[in-house]
Write a new protein. Structure first.
Length: 199
């Protein structure tokens, strides 16, 4: 269970990073609604309550190196940017070119100088930037936790990912072995494309 300090820090991140700056112009007036919205290309910006849950389970700490898979409009990257602070770094991966460009522009305009978003059309994550202390995934895998993401998670690292209609949190121990995996059911996400995963 998270400490009150951690919860307060996440609350401050939501206050600092207003979702309206990461939404299409035609949806900005609805930014305060606790629901997901389309950002085009079959993708969405997630419901704030769901993102808050995922960040609580991810338990990001200042100074960490974090991977955001399916970075979309850049909102979760910006939230993570606040949580890791100036000594940390956030790497976003996005498979849709126009969304990668838009998300990067949004983060830059918001002053997130510790965020880099990469185009990853046929890969899951950023293996060349691994290992990561934390990995957040914003799309649902129907094949369990991709092995490539497990491999990119460093020792004592934690990964939060939707699988089917649940959100899983997986943690490695100090030796890099899977320590636990918890399931939180009752969520809906757009699908995670796993074109490069072995069959």
């Amino acid at each position: 269970m998270l400490s009150m300090l951690s919860s307060t820090y996440i609350n401050k991140a939501f206050q600092r990073v207003d979702r309206r700056y990461f939404m299409p112009a035609e949806e900005v007036a609805m930014a305060g609604c606790d629901r997901p919205f389309s950002i085009g290309y079959g993708q969405s910006i997630s419901q704030p309550t769901t993102v808050r849950h995922m960040l609580n389970w991810l338990a990001v700490e200042p100074g960490q190196k974090v991977l955001d898979v399916g970075s979309g409009s850049g909102w979760t990257c910006a939230l993570l940017s606040y949580l890791v602070g100036h000594d940390g770094h956030v790497y976003g991966s996005e498979r849709i070119g126009p969304l990668r460009d838009w998300g990067a522009k949004n983060c830059l305009s918001f002053g997130c100088d510790n965020v880099d978003i990469f185009l990853c059309e046929n890969a899951v994550g950023l293996a060349d930037k691994a290992p990561f202390d934390r990995i957040l995934v914003s799309a649902s895998s129907d094949q369990g936790i991709p092995q490539s993401l497990q491999d990119q998670l460093g020792p004592s690292g934690k990964l939060v990912i939707p699988v089917g209609h649940s959100i899983l949190e997986m943690k490695k121990d100090a030796l890099g072995e899977v320590e636990f995996c918890h399931e939180h059911p009752g969520y809906v996400f757009v699908p995670l494309i796993l074109a490069s995963e072995p069959h």
